[in-house]
Design a protein around this ligand. Sequence first.
Ligand SMILES: Cc1ncc(COP(=O)(O)O)c(C=O)c1O
Length: 384
Amino acid sequence: MKDKQFLMIPGPTPVPESVLLAMAKHPIGHRTPEFSAIVKEVTEDLKWLFQTNEDVFIYTSSGTGAMEAAIYNLVNPGDKVLCLIIGNFGERWAKIAASKGAIVEKLEVEWGKAIDPRALKKVLDADTNKEIKFVTLTHNETSSGVTNDVQALNDIIQTHGSISIVDGITSIGAIPLAMDKWGVDVVVSGSQKGFMIPPGLAFLACSKKAWKAYEQCKNPSFYFNFGAYKKNLEKDTTPYTPAVSLIIGLHTAMKLLREEGLDNLYLRHARLAAGLRSAVRAMGLKLFVEDNEIASNAITAILPPDGISVADIRKTLKNDFDLVVADGQGQLKGKIFRMGHLGFASERDMIAAVGALEMTLQKLGYKTNSGAGTSALISTMMEL
Ligand SMILES: Cc1ncc(COP(=O)(O)O)c(C=O)c1O
């Protein structure tokens, strides 16, 4: 039975029907009062979700566009950028910064671990001449399923006087990130994750401290230019033709998120993740990140049982259950599979997914008690 595909990759994520229907209408002109009213409301909604009073720019690009926007509007060639790397996406900051001519220093840990705030303090304490102007970090590292303690790391960065640039691509809307309260300088995100809309929009919020760096940036980005976006946002518009239909979809999706409320939103993600983690353990499988303290609430990385390949698990889930999960990335390709549970993800989805995973493993010859995973999932979800 097909035609009911269930996406459990860490983005794109499923989209609610009301959002799909909103996007199915004819596009409207982007220089009209109707569209400006939507931009105005959606911007307020984004500020709520980012927990900031600063402007949130809406770019027509994938999340990487907003990462590039951050670096290209702030960093000058020769500036020193410290990149905190715990996986594939942390490394991306280093590549973008190097492409802008920055001097890149890396604080790197093995995939599956988080950055220890003490290690960051040591690196910044050693920077006695205060050469490190920027520090990039990934809140939720999608390649490994680890969440960094942004609040603790940012405190250290702020004490040093550097500008923090945070990838919140798979954390915004799923894992708490209080931009203003924590004093984070730049946060970026992407639409196909916690926002419950398809890929194509990226978001960037920038503190007043970071804005000063933009004013000193000699060759800021043209397409993603902070100044152009800010000036246009004052008139509730964007400098260039935006992805009108996606912004209309976002308008509807944000209403759903607002209805749920921030606390419930984070709790739902925590519940689904904790449930899946107990299910995996009850099935006798290993989690790539055993430490509950740093395990992601947005995506869970699971090791296949001995003798069964990630490819076969993914293939069986897809062919027999129309359920799509992700492979590992980079050095973890074929070694783990990743189940995304962010955005439009519910308890029902988890019950279906864990049941499908149990059947898949049995079909592939793995010996496990039928229902052990599902039972653990339900018990844990009931507790939270
Ligand atoms: C943490 C993180 N950062 C950056 C990206 C890149 O975003 P995009 O593929 O939308 O450019 C992703 C995408 O999966 C991500 O999960």
